[in-house]
Design a protein around this ligand. Structure first.
Ligand SMILES: [Zn+2]
Ligand SMILES: [Zn+2]
Length: 227
């Protein structure tokens, strides 16, 4: 699971809890299960005020954060998706559904990246970047095509008769896209030629991180196979 490092800004929906005594200090949990501040105060978890509709998470470094309840975000996500899958919904209603979908998705991704449990049955694609990867002959990563939930996507949009007007709607099926891509590539293999195409789907907050994680995994596998 990726950890949130100070170098990376927190997702917009995530709030860092500050010390109730001095108002500004960064709290850190210690082995006594209390949150300690540099000003000397220590706060039991139950005394940290939490607004309704939000839940706690604690970073790997022990700092408490609050974020929107993923159960509520999941309900909004499902409702928006239902509108998006309905071909009779169009115009402002569909635009509104796209906005709700992207907002709920951002909250669910924040929860997944912070290790907060998502509701049972929620979309396994949340928080992942799907990569259709081309490998070098030695098994290391050569290049990849990426897809992720919510990214602007042509296959997830109705086809326009004139390509000039083809829209790009928020993606809902990144996993299916990259597997379809790999199967298309494999059709061009000569008989007996080994496939150099794989799918990787790391949990990652952005494309750069996803490509780095996928490259590391391919390199590790290549090293294991040649060892
Ligand atoms: Zn303090
Ligand atoms: Zn898509």
């Amino acid at each position: 699971m990726p950890s949130i490092t100070p170098a990376r800004p927190l997702p917009e929906c995530v709030t860092r809890a500050s010390c109730p005594e001095c108002g500004t200090g960064l709290l850190t949990v210690r082995s006594d299960r209390k949150f300690h501040c540099a000003c000397g105060s220590s706060v039991p978890g139950r005394d940290l005020g939490l607004n309704s509709g939000r839940v706690w998470a604690v970073t790997r470094a022990g700092h408490p954060l609050s974020l929107p309840d993923p159960a509520a975000a999941w309900q909004r996500y499902v409702a928006a998706r239902t509108v998006m899958e309905n071909p009779s919904k169009w115009g402002p209603e569909l635009d509104a559904a796209h906005r709700v979908f992207l907002g709920a998705l951002a909250e669910l991704e924040a929860a997944r990246l912070l290790g907060v449990q998502l509701p049972a049955g929620s979309d396994v694609q949340i928080g992942r970047v799907y990569l259709a990867c081309v490998l070098n002959p030695d098994g290391t990563l050569s290049g990849s095509n990426a897809s992720a939930l919510g990214w602007p996507c042509e296959p997830c949009s109705p086809s326009a008769t004139d390509p000039y007007f083809q829209k790009r709607y928020p993606c809902r099926n990144p996993r299916a896209h990259v597997w379809g891509q790999v199967r298309d590539w494999e059709k061009n293999l000569r008989p007996g030629e080994p496939s150099r195409y794989v799918v990787r789907a790391p949990l990652a907050p952005d494309l750069r991180t996803a490509r780095r994680l996928a490259a590391a995994k391919c390199a590790a596998r290549a090293a294991a196979l040649t060892a």
